[in-house]
Write a protein that binds this ligand. Structure first.
Ligand code: ATP
Ligand code: LTN
Length: 335
């Protein structure tokens, strides 16, 4: 019976705006790997989103391939899941334009990511930064996506996607599947090692704030040793009063596949030095196999590019189907 049921669709993406961090891995990619057997998955490298902030062209090109290689090195299989680059499928930009005409300035101005990024990039307040969530809605709705696995910081963007889709469907009848966010239990929000009140982010100007997925063991140990904690000396979960320690316990738990509560129990009565040592070991152990595969995939550039091109064609076929339906509904003359 089960095989007759249509597999549900998953879509997610990461911007090639920096080297991926442990936050991206534990909050997003780790969950993607688990989902690929049960769902029909699209995992995209969202280069068009990345240019909402100035990027160096050579770096962007390199990082786009790096992100795709990290997807594969983490266990996403390009034979099971569609791994591709956003700008290779122009239907994302086309649907984005259409959806822009069904999205209100008021709702966009409430987006917290926009407010954060606008504050950081006062010198480049471009309109792409403002309409960023509409492109994200286009990404998701093009594939009739059921579930969007993201870290908790992206929940608001999935909600606005739902609002836009519901609005469109009300006007024109059922066009889009209404997606749901899927937020994994552990690693939902890994915080900066230097400012544990804000999330670990790959575009943080201070590299001590994040662990990059390809940091070597010495760098990982050094960054964790320097992680900001507090002075009361007690290891327990308390995100408000002890954000640094809570974050380290969260990282440990996510790396060891246990709950933060179990991690807390393991460290009762122990000192911060030991906690940091154990967290370093757990992170290094978790990342080692991934780093080895990454190097191998990255050394075969032609192979990686071939996979991305093939997968973009698969994605495009599905995207064209949705866009055709949208054109018809809004009254565009058929080509
Ligand atoms: P940037 O710093 O360039 O804004 P970012 O590091 O925040 O980027 P994104 O490309 O915006 O990363 O996010 C990719 C995915 O990783 C999203 O699903 C996001 O929710 C998740 N993610 C990013 N940072 C974290 C984090 N610190 N903890 C958990 N999940 C995260
Ligand atoms: N906005 C996301 C990246 C992103 C995405 C998507 C995530 C772009 N398009 C579609 C899920 C689905 C971010 O900043 N992390």
């Amino acid at each position: 019976m089960e095989s007759l049921e249509k597999k549900k669709t998953i879509f997610s993406g990461i911007q090639p705006s920096g080297i991926l961090t442990l936050g991206n891995y534990l909050g997003a990619i780790k969950n993607w790997v688990k989902l690929q057997d049960e769902y029909h998955c699209y995992y995209c490298v969202v280069d068009m989103h990345a240019i909402t902030v100035r990027q160096d062209p050579a770096e962007l090109r390199k990082r786009t391939l790096d992100v795709a290689a990290i997807y594969m090195a983490s266990g996403i299989d390009p034979k099971k899941s569609v791994i591709y680059v956003q700008s290779h499928v122009p239907q994302h930009a086309e649907l984005c334009w259409i959806l822009n005409c069904y999205t209100y300035l008021g709702e966009l101005s409430r987006m917290t990511q926009y407010k954060d990024k606008a504050a950081k990039h006062q010198d480049n307040l471009n309109s792409g930064l403002f309409t960023y969530p509409v492109l994200m809605a286009a990404d998701i709705l093009l594939y009739q996506t059921d579930l969007v696995p993201v870290g908790s910081d992206q929940k608001q963007h999935v909600e606005i996607t739902r609002d836009i889709a519901i609005r469109f469907n009300r006007l024109y009848g059922g066009v889009f599947t209404i997606p749901e966010p899927y937020i994994g239990q552990s690693g939902a929000r890994i915080m900066s090692l230097q400012e544990p009140e804000s999330k670990m982010s790959k575009s943080d100007p201070n590299p001590n704030g994040y662990i990059s997925i390809i940091d070597d063991p010495d760098t990982i140990c050094r960054k964790i040793k320097r992680a900001v904690t507090d002075s009361d000396g007690e290891i327990r979960l308390d995100a408000e009063k002890k954000p640094g320690i809570t974050n380290l316990l969260g990282i440990y738990a996510a790396c060891c596949e246990i709950s933060p509560k179990q991690a807390e129990e393991e460290f009762i009565g122990k000192n911060y030095g030991l906690l940091k040592e154990k967290v370093s070991e757990a992170v290094i152990g978790r990342l080692a196999p991934l780093q080895e595969k990454f190097k191998q995939i990255r050394s075969e550039k032609g192979y990686l590019e071939d996979i991305l091109h093939e997968n973009a064609q698969t994605a495009q076929q599905a995207a064209i189907r949705t866009l055709r339906k949208v054109h018809k509904k809004i009254g565009f003359v058929a080509k």
